[in-house]
Design a protein around this ligand. Structure first.
Ligand code: HEC
Length: 155
């Protein structure tokens, strides 16, 4: 009985390897946040290595990300993450949304909510150092003030 169950699971695992979600891969940078907001290179580097895998249209997959059912789980994070914040489409957000998202970035970093723990477990280089957190939060504050002043000057 146990043997049959194990064989069943094995067969299932093989079959699901053929069910592949479309990869989150795009080289289109035309609506990236950096096209409308100044993102210093150092900040950009951190966002790209710690956030873009789930919050952009371009994920760098690890080899086991392609093994099912891991891939579904990863793809779910990407879908949920992009729904909240997509750096690749930031330029399409209206000003209120931009302000809110910039503010949220500061909050999740301050509260150590992002990057997700499930992610940093396997992506050690995505863990933010105190200096990196400070740099991002400073950038967030400056950017927020700048966007906010541009917003009110248009009214
Ligand atoms: C492993 C995927 C993953 C990574 C990496 C990741 N996020 Fe997220 N993020 C998510 C998911 C999933 C959600 C939506 C569910 C939730 O809030 O937990 C989210 C939500 C958010 C939100 C909105 C939630 C809120 O409470 O306002 C912000 C802002 C955010 N992430 C910023 C970041 C930043 C900044 C980084 C990099 C430092 C980052 N994320 C890295 C997956 C990720």
């Amino acid at each position: 009985m146990i043997k049959k169950v194990l064989i069943g699971i094995g067969v299932l695992l093989v079959i699901i390897q053929f069910i592949r979600p479309t990869p989150n891969k795009s080289t289109d940078q035309s609506k990236d946040i950096s096209t409308i907001i100044e993102v210093p290179e150092e900040v950009q580097k951190v966002l790209r290595s710690s956030c873009y895998d789930c919050h952009s249209n371009n994920t760098t997959y690890l080899w086991y990300d392609n093994v099912q059912p891991v891939r579904w789980w990863v793809e779910h994070h990407i879908k949920e993450g992009k729904r909240e914040l997509n750096f690749s489409e930031f330029a399409t957000y209206n000003i209120e949304k931009q302000l809110k998202k910039i503010n949220d970035i500061g909050e999740v970093i301050d509260n150590d909510e992002m990057p997700l723990k499930a992610y940093t477990l396997m992506h050690k280089n995505a863990v933010l150092s105190e200096a990196q957190k400070e740099m991002i939060v400073n950038w967030v504050n400056d950017t927020y003030d700048l966007l906010d002043s541009q917003d009110s000057s248009e009214e």
